[in-house]
Design a protein around this ligand. Structure first.
Ligand code: IFM
Length: 732
């Protein structure tokens, strides 16, 4: 019977090494480590990424830094180095236990000289103490002779950039304290310091010789043992990582050493880990009966989100690829607010609050961006990292010809993220009822983004409004909407409507604040200069924003979209490339094929404001024009929800499957770069808002279930205004 809590590979496939590394990522919300092998393998992308530890990098501006490699474990059997790149692999199994976050690999291997052994590796990133990383290797030799183990903390860690690799660490110090080896390094550009401490212990047989090697950048504990056939040797490696983001610089090394020496036994640390994970799953588990593949894949996606989610830090966000790979350099996008936040707001409000507070803390960066562009208020960066400044690269190598550079416009004109952040803040408040946070931070986010939208709106006196009938309209010109195949468009409907929502919500927020927290209202009125005149202007933008809807309810994605050339997506099948790869960057701009369902995402977000008939018309129009498999990975989860809304369960299931398998099955062929976080978190939204039909109303919440036909049960919990609710649905 399949274990529905475990992702297992029973074969080693060197062709898909990096994909496996991504999906076998472990973590604890502070850091993550890819599933690379302890002993290394040619071409591996071993990486440990810590939230907030960014360093400067050419072109991409800033990137999460690959931390010193804590996995490094060299094993020699009678002088021969254990490696799957040589010798004979007689058995292999790698399993990620989603219930406890422990990654296990068992290998039966024979050296070129014929010495065999079974090696079992177990590792976890402690959820009970986020600085701690634990690794255990049990070697059961089939020979008699010498076993050597080198356990290192290797600061020769690089960031992979395809054509080149970047080293970020500058050596400061290393040595030994309280029987632990330590290392102190700092990033070249940002000057962040990191201390690592390492301690090893051997059980099972008498140690012949033990030594510490002090190779610069690579403190290493070395152990030699005389082993007998059939007698297992257990090597345990405990590592602690602490950075200058966590403690005072002069306490760094001591703190790392304290963490690592505080570990009593592997078993005790594992017990704490199991208890910590039990609490996570208590809140976040989703039960699906009647579809084992979906059940396991869902848990995998939730696991990946939970290991990426900061529990104790509100100065960081989750990158589009979590902490599981180098893709997008750890930068955060609207993926967080629109795709991930619902999962956390409903199941883990403390995490949602941290993520939103990160945006609030970064208001100065957003204000600076607005000012630099000649606007007022807060214009959030399209890509965000440590400081809240815009970190979208301006130029990147062309996907087809890396000698050519392509101008990236999203950092300049993909504006909708400011409204998306305001939307997430308001949603969090609606779900949790966290008035205190809303008064202190949420309201400011909504008001200052509204201020931006009002200043960015352009008055077009000659255009007939729809409505109002005549007399000019406000517009947003030269933008990029969620569908990034079309750049420099005017009046992207998603952007316009979300801007209008932001402005409307700001006025409601201010009215609410004046009532509930008059002092805060006065403070914000003064601080943000919310004069009567300004508020009247907001109202005018709301009333006269250009938002055309055709008589049958069809929405044009942006001005002129309907005039673009039609494509016959079916005729392009079978394909393994996106519309943009097929038509080219300029060509994709000129056809109706879209990267993700721009209009439908809006209808999902503001569902109660649109009729079922309008949703249907737009679903029918945009579905065949969307690049579901090779466009954006953000699309399928929303498509699944909208297919539920229009009563197409088979389509909903197909879209859901595309989302839930995105990384496990490497649907897009780019999972090497890391987990597609928006898709992973989006699968929770499909459960909640799609199949269960969960909606909030002013007087509470209600369900409108529409389970896939073959599902027997769907059950999950969520926290509504401080009280846990259970949803338990069957076909009946
Ligand atoms: O934010 C997304 C965007 O919508 C599509 N391109 C990838 C980004 C990061 O996931």
């Amino acid at each position: 019977m399949t274990d529905l809590w475990a992702v297992t590979h029973t074969q080693f496939d060197p062709q898909h090494l990096q994909h496996a590394e991504t999906i076998f990522t472990i973590g604890n919300g502070y850091l993550s480590t890819r599933g690379a092998f302890e002993e290394g393998y040619p071409g591996d992308e071993r990486a440990t990424l810590l939230h907030g530890v960014f360093d400067d990098a050419p072109m991409v501006m800033t990137e999460l830094v690959n931390a010193p490699d804590w996995l490094a474990l060299t094993i020699r059997l009678n002088g021969e180095r254990f490696s799957l790149a040589q010798g004979t692999l007689e058995a292999f199994e790698q399993t990620l236990d989603l219930k406890t976050g422990v990654l296990t690999r068992t290998v039966r291997w024979r050296s070129p000289a014929g010495d065999g052994a079974t090696l079992k590796f177990e590792r976890f990133a402690s959820l009970a103490n986020e600085h701690l990383l634990l690794l255990r290797c049990t070697v059961t030799p089939e020979f008699e002779g010498l076993l050597e183990i080198h356990a290192a903390l290797d600061a020769h860690a690089y960031n992979e950039h395809g054509a080149y690799r970047l080293a970020h660490w500058h050596w400061l110090d290393q040595g030994e304290r309280r029987k632990a080896a330590y290392l102190l390094v700092r990033t070249h550009g940002t000057g962040l310091k990191l201390a690592g401490a390492l301690r090893c212990q051997i059980n099972g047989t008498a140690v012949q010789a033990q030594d510490m090697w002090h190779a610069t950048m690579v403190p290493t504990q070395v152990v030699q043992l005389e082993v007998k056939a059939g007698q297992p040797v257990v090597a345990e490696k405990f590592v602690a990582l602490v950075t200058s983001r966590d403690v005072e610089v002069d306490r760094l090394v001591d703190t790392a050493v304290e963490h690592v020496t505080a570990v009593t036994t592997w078993e005790a640390a594992l017990a704490a880990q199991t208890a910590a994970w039990q609490a996570e799953w208590e809140r976040c588990n989703v039960i699906v009966e009647g579809d084992d593949e979906a059940q396991l894949a869902l848990r995998f996606n939730l696991f990946q989100m939970l290991i990426a989610a900061p529990r104790h830090d509100d100065r960081v966000n989750i990158g589009a690829k979590t902490l599981s790979g180098f893709g997008y350099c750890g930068h955060s996008f609207w993926d967080t607010e629109i795709f991930m936040l619902p999962l956390f707001s409903y199941t883990s409000p403390h995490i949602a609050r941290n993520l939103l507070t990160y945006r609030w803390r970064n208001l100065p960066g957003a204000r600076a961006k607005a000012r630099a562009n000649g606007f007022e208020g807060a214009q959030f960066p399209w890509e965000s990292a440590a400081t809240g400044e815009e970190v979208t690269p301006t130029w990147v190598p062309h996907f087809a010809d890396r000698t050519q550079l392509v101008r990236i416009w999203t950092g300049d004109i993909e504006l909708h993220i400011s409204a998306d952040i305001a939307y997430a803040a308001q949603q969090y408040w609606q779900v949790t009822g966290d008035d205190e946070w809303f008064i202190q931070q949420g309201a400011e986010l909504i008001l200052d983004t509204a201020k931006f939208w009002a200043s960015r709106a352009e008055w077009h006196p000659d255009r007939a409004g729809v409505p109002p009938a005549a007399g000019g309209v406000y517009e947003y010109r030269d933008v990029i909407g969620p569908d990034e195949y079309h750049e420099h468009v005017d009046n992207n409907f998603y952007t316009n409507r979300m801007a209008q929502w932001n402005l409307q919500t700001a006025l409601h927020t201010l009215a609410w604040l004046k009532n509930q927290a008059p002092d805060k209202a006065q403070q914000l009125i003064g601080q943000l200069d919310l004069s009567e005149q300004r508020l009247a202007h907001w109202q005018a933008v709301i009333d006269k924003l250009y938002l055309p809807v055709q008589p049958n309810g069809l929405i044009e994605q942006f001005d002129g979209y309907f005039q673009l050339r039609e494509i016959d997506a079916a005729a392009l099948e079978p394909r393994s490339q996106s519309f943009q790869q097929i038509f080219g960057i300029a060509g994709a701009n000129e056809v109706q094929g879209i990267k993700q369902p721009d209009v439908l995402i809006l209808l999902h977000l503001l569902r109660s404001e649109f009729s079922a008939a309008l949703v249907r018309v737009n679903y029918d129009y945009y579905t065949p024009r969307t690049d579901h498999t090779y466009g954006s990975s953000l699309g399928p989860a929303i498509m699944a929800i909208m297919a539920c809304e229009v009563g197409l369960p088979a389509d909903a299931y197909e879209h859901f499957r595309r989302a839930v398998r995105a990384d496990l099955h490497d649907v897009r062929g780019n999972a090497d770069d890391g987990i597609h976080a928006a898709s992973a978190a989006g699968t929770w939204q499909v459960m909640a808002f799609g199949f269960a039909g969960l909606r909030l109303t002013p007087d509470g919440w209600h369900l409108h279930p529409r389970l896939p036909q073959h599902w027997k049960r769907l059950s999950f919990k969520f926290c509504y205004r401080g009280e846990w609710q259970t949803v338990d649905l069957t076909q009946e």
